[in-house]
Design a protein around this ligand. Structure first.
Ligand SMILES: [Zn+2]
Length: 338
């Protein structure tokens, strides 16, 4: 098979049931986080994922670019990396949240307070090695901590205009319908998560050629960390809702990228997302395409990877043909020289 492509990773995070996200950002040194990321990169590669789109270092600055360079130089084994560096958030909306207005905590992404700062940050990240620009179109800053839109359509569009000038795309974290709508109208390339998408929104995504990276496995993992005994307890509302919106997106014919938000759960378990895509109603062959040719095309690498085809890189994996194939997508990748 072509090497698998992870569409949404965080090599600088490890599972939240080991250490909370806040504690990773606030209490782990950059050196520790880099050491972990090196191990994560190796685990990813050995699971058959030869490329990752890494969507934010979550407090580790531009260290993804350094890791990418070390992999390219052959210093450590790892996948080809598409780096977002820090991700961009509206000031005061992200985390870790401070317990007191008098205490300013380091943040897990780059904060911007207005359009000038946003434009400046996009240019800075590009200059530091970002291959793609990630913006949070909404986050949990509502009166009771609900997710609400953070940037205006115009602000996101300004970031898109700058990124596109340099032949880069903007990708957006969006879970609310309004956040998704603003991002789509602003010209982003992918919507990450998309939990509250409606039939109309998915129709618009299809029309405008915006892909959805649903990150099913992250929600599945987080609910289990919160105590959901999968297969024993009733399905949490969040999972039921996620299935429903994923199926709406499939019905509307939206391009689906395979990306699990891996880092929330263990690196190397990337195929969990593929198994859930099948369980939530996507055809097995479409899931395999999503994790190879579709991701390659959407991320702008279709002329190099994602297919077995003359002229492309020999980026190949061998997979065991299990008895239950193809209903289960448990993949044991053994790498061949690329
Ligand atoms: Zn993520």
């Amino acid at each position: 098979m072509p090497g698998l492509i992870e569409g949404h990773s965080h090599l600088f995070l490890h599972p939240y049931n080991e250490t909370t996200w806040d504690d990773q950002v606030l209490k782990e040194s950059r050196a520790e986080r880099t050491a972990r990321a090196v191990e994560h990169a190796k685990a990813t590669l050995m699971a058959g994922f030869t490329t990752v789109r890494d969507l934010g270092t979550e407090g580790s600055m531009y260290d993804d670019v350094g890791l990418k360079t070390a992999i390219e130089k052959g210093v450590v084994p790892g996948p080809r990396m598409i780096c977002a560096t820090r991700a961009i958030v509206a000031k005061g909306t992200y985390g870790p949240k401070s317990p007191s207005p008098d205490v300013v905590l380091p943040q897990g992404a780059a904060e911007v307070a207005n359009i000038n700062e946003l434009e400046n940050e996009v240019r800075t990240q590009i200059s530091k090695g970002a291959d793609v620009v990630k913006i949070y179109a909404d986050y949990r800053w509502g009166k009771n901590g609900e997710a609400e839109p953070t940037f205006t359509t115009g602000e996101i569009a300004a970031a898109v205009a700058i990124a596109k000038s340099s032949d880069r795309e903007v990708v957006t974290h969006a879970t609310t319908a309004e956040g998704m709508l603003r991002a789509i109208n602003a010209g982003v390339s992918t919507i990450e998560h998309g939990d509250n998408g409606t039939a109309d929104i998915f129709k618009l995504m299809k029309e405008k050629g915006v892909a959805l990276c649903p990150t099913l496995a992250a929600g599945d993992a987080i609910e289990q960390y919160r105590g959901w005994r999968k297969g024993i307890d009733p399905e949490p509302d969040r999972i039921t809702n996620k299935k429903k919106t994923f199926q709406l997106a499939l019905k509307a014919g939206v391009t689906i990228c395979m990306g699990g938000d891996v880092g929330v759960f263990a690196h190397g378990d990337n195929a969990r997302e593929m198994e859930l895509m099948v369980q939530y109603g996507m055809k097995t062959l479409d899931v395999l395409k999503s994790a190879t040719s579709t991701n390659a095309d959407v991320f702008g690498y279709g002329d190099r990877i994602g297919r077995i085809k003359q002229g492309l890189l020999a980026d190949l994996i061998a997979v065991e043909n299990k008895d239950c194939w193809p209903t289960s997508l448990l993949l044991k990748g053994i790498l061949l020289p690329t």
